[in-house]
Design a protein. Structure first.
Length: 243
């Protein structure tokens, strides 16, 4: 009985200590992954009579660091991304596929309240490599390296989700939806000359059109609280406290 009272007293003392501190900013870090449909939006492909879009998908995984101010935060994501864009062709039975691998850096504003969150901001992708292949009759050709036909670029990001587990800042698991649209054209000058992304003659009969990466999918993250800057309400000095 005495041991239980001591443990209870320590818990209450910890709670009172937190209540006696004014928190200015707190930090968390986590792991995250996202998956869903991907593609390259190109107006010339949309207008082409002999080329159509096919369903393709992508996967990203990486880490997150957050700087939090009450209900608001700035989050920094670093993720490795593997995306595909597939096109069906009428002039032969089959399709072509472009696969790009990038290192993605996100800087997002996040508002989190009532166990839900909303985020918006930019992303910049550094191109790691790109490949192209033809798929027909259930088989595919060996990938061709087309890294010189592509480049990195900026994208706009919009997302929202809910908190699944954890509410005290020490640990949390979140599930949400994220939408991304490439603001800049990711095809290089070499790619323009080769009629990227589909690599067929006659694609740009009405002038060159840029290719913009798109993504819409599910994102999941696990977060751990690191610590916070605060000061005791009785007038103590500002210091960093580990969670």
């Amino acid at each position: 009985m005495r041991r239980k009272l001591i443990i209870l007293g320590l818990i209450l003392a910890s709670v009172n200590l937190l209540d006696a501190q004014k928190i200015f900013v707190w930090f968390d870090a986590g792991l995250k992954a996202q998956a869903g449909p991907t593609g390259l939006y190109n107006q010339a492909v949309v207008d082409a009579a002999d080329v159509d879009y096919a369903i393709s998908s992508g996967l990203s995984y990486g880490a997150k660091f957050g700087v939090n101010f009450g209900y608001n935060a700035v989050t920094f994501d670093v993720m490795l991304n593997d995306s595909k864009a597939e096109f069906e062709h009428q002039d032969f039975v089959g399709s072509t596929e472009v696969r790009t691998s990038t290192l993605d850096l996100y800087v997002l504003y996040r508002n989190e309240k009532n166990l839900s969150y909303f985020e918006i901001g930019p992303k910049y992708s550094f191109l790691r490599d790109a490949s192209w292949r033809r798929i027909a009759d259930g088989s595919s050709s060996d990938p061709t390296d087309v890294t010189d036909q592509y480049k990195g670029g900026f994208a706009g990001v919009l997302g929202f989700g809910v908190n699944l587990v954890g509410t005290d800042g020490r640990f949390s698991g979140k599930l949400g939806l994220r939408f991304e649209y490439g603001i800049t054209d990711i095809v290089s000058e070499e790619g323009q000359l080769a009629n990227a992304p589909v690599l067929v003659d006659g694609l740009y009969t009405d002038g060159y059109k840029g290719s913009h990466p798109i993504f819409a999918g599910v994102v999941f993250e696990l977060n751990w609280g690191i610590g916070y800057y605060g000061v005791t309400k009785c007038g103590g000095r500002t210091k960093f406290f580990f969670l």
